[in-house]
Design a protein around this ligand. Sequence first.
Ligand code: B12
Length: 291
Amino acid sequence: MTQGSDFVSPRQVARAIGVSESSLKRWCDQGLIATTRTAGGHRKMAISEVLRYLRETNQKPVLPEILGLPSTSESADIGLVRSGPLLVEALMTGDEVLARQVVFDLFLAKHSLSEIFDTVIAVAFREIGVRWACQLAEVYQERRACEIAQHVLFDLRRVQQVHEGNKRAIGGTIEGDHYALSSAMAELVLRDTGFSTTSLGTSIPFASLIEAIRQTKPDLFWLSVSHIRDGIDFIAEFARMSQACHSTGTALAVGGRALTDELRSRMKYSAFCDTMQHLEAFATIIVAQRT
Ligand code: B12
């Protein structure tokens, strides 16, 4: 298993956790926290590895800022359900620090990313959507909330453990679909299950997505569909994409609010996922398969 690219020294980790440097070095010697060495021979640790250790041993950092994390919020340990309303308020008021705290508290409390995405972040955005539709939220508040959520997802990516698997996944959204969060979440969930991933981004013409599949031949392609311009065109173009996946041996995982039962009945895919937890379950099986 390789680690994320952000590293800290044993002294920094000791301060962050609130233990002596000698205790920390002992844990490293016992192999409890993996370390590497700098060119000068000094020990260093990946932040993702330190967080793995803290999560597994149910510890919270006393000075999380040293690890680049937000300071622990008053919401620590309030659980998934009660975190939702707090996140809505943070997103609505543009309080990025609180939004990061809410999500990282859940992460440190050992909730999986897929669970946090499905039951807290997506639910918060549903509430923001309702407020927007009822004119209780300004457009700028909705857009700002998306910006904040994207920053939080980026932070999670930075501290995520990266596995050295040989399965590759690429994905994105189709032309006209500007919804970035669901696709970014799919990428993080796939990374969590052991895929090495490349996100192609949003609003990509089908022809270009098909070219990406043909050129890179990934093991899995994720397609997030939150907005469809024309259902008939979509079905025809999706069929070509499905065929491209078939010929490259690529599993095609689809999801998104725009995929109605009617559309789905006319589509060919390897897995339809209502949630990120569904994607996680499907991806786990693929990763477990031998090449
Ligand atoms: C943010 C937002 C936008 C932003 C997105 C910005 C960005 N950078 O991403 C922008 C500005 C693009 C936007 C635009 C519009 N929006 Co809008 N938007 C939303 C909002 C508030 C949140 C969407 C979101 O990102 N949610 C977070 C994601 C993670 O949650 P999710 O989509 O539910 O995804 C979950 C599952 O579906 C699943 N999943 C989703 N995709 C995938 C993919 C895979 C591979 C897998 C495995 C799983 C999976 O897992 C996710 C986590 O559980 C929703 C409200 C809502 N109910 O969702 C309205 C909403 C979807 N929008 C709406 C509307 C009307 C519009 C516009 C038409 C407005 C307009 N008049 O211009 C345009 C159309 C845009 C277009 N051409 O694409 C309506 C749609 C109503 C309808 N009947 O369909 C909603 C529901 C708001 C409302 N209550 O009315 N919007």
